[in-house]
Design a protein around this ligand. Structure first.
Ligand SMILES: Nc1nc2c(ncn2[C@@H]2O[C@H](COP(=O)(O)OP(=O)(O)O)[C@@H](O)[C@H]2O)c(=O)[nH]1
Ligand SMILES: [Mg+2]
Length: 245
């Protein structure tokens, strides 16, 4: 049996954390859960500690400050690899990524994928209760990153993913610098360049009902800028490959 760890990064998710951990443990009883909290002022970390105290499969890492999704996941990946997990799942705390859909993502990993992307923008996937501007931003962001980076996947910014230990071992994590959500594009770009088997599985992303989004214009701007710079950096290689073909 593959040992699987679900990583849930949190910042001010007091109203969501118990719910999401409970849903993960119910939907997939054989997986462990790691909450990575950035010292949330609303006390999310203490609630997570309570969950860990009553369930030996739940763990918590406390970070000192809000340093972005990329840093939180970086710490979680190192923690998971040091403990010998075979598969690491990325999942938001706010219920947007339904734990009930996790078995279908894990089946794709069972079938041989190194990286499984929960995808909103392939047949069978979608979003619920998302404001139109968020959908346009997400579709536009994916489209731009696909074009500039030459990525074939449809949903390149999503945060519901499975990564095998092999995949994490093939990506130089110290090369993944992005702080915010650009981290997801960054990881995928590195996975694609490492020649890993990447599979998209449809998911329905449901907008949060409680708490607030941490998405900011600065996070979007960072992602756009980095994607553009990587695209320029990768251009000579892409042109060379096109010429020799
Ligand atoms: N540890 C940590 N978690 C974060 C940070 N920013 C966002 N998150 C978490 O990442 C997930 C996605 O964030 P969310 O605000 O829902 O983004 P949205 O769905 O794009 O609006 C949630 O579980 C957040 O609590 C951060 O700086 N540190
Ligand atoms: Mg959210």
């Amino acid at each position: 049996m593959a040992e699987t760890l679900v990583v849930i990064p949190t910042y001010n998710e007091r109203e969501n954390i118990a719910d999401i951990v409970g849903r993960v443990r119910a939907a997939t009883p054989d997986v462990d859960v790691l909450v990575v909290d950035d010292n949330s002022p609303d006390g999310t970390g203490a609630i997570a500690d309570g969950l860990a105290a009553s369930d030996p499969r739940v763990f918590v890492r406390h970070r000192t400050a809000k340093n972005g999704l990329g840093m939180a996941y970086g710490e979680a990946f190192r923690w998971a690899l040091a403990r010998g997990y075979d598969r690491i799942v990325e999942m938001d705390a706010d219920g947007s990524h339904a734990p009930e859909q996790l078995p279908s993502l894990l089946r794709a990993a069972d079938a041989g994928a190194d990286v499984v992307l929960g995808s909103r923008w392939i047949a069978g996937g979608g979003v619920e209760n998302w404001p139109k501007y968020r959908e346009l931003l997400s579709r536009g962001g994916s489209g731009y990153a696909r074009l500039v980076l030459g990525l074939p996947q449809r949903d390149v910014t999503g945060g519901y993913r499975v990564l095998t230990a092999h995949a994490l071992g093939s990506i130089r994590l110290e090369d993944v610098h992005s702080q915010g959500y650009g981290f997801q594009v960054d990881m995928l770009f590195h996975a694609q360049r490492a020649g890993l088997a990447i599979v998209e599985v449809p998911i329905t992303f449901v907008e949060r009902e409680r708490g607030e989004s941490k998405m900011t214009g600065g996070i979007v701007a960072e992602a756009m800028l980095r994607v553009t710079l990587w695209g320029i950096g990768a251009l000579p290689g892409r042109l060379r490959r096109r010429l020799v073909r």
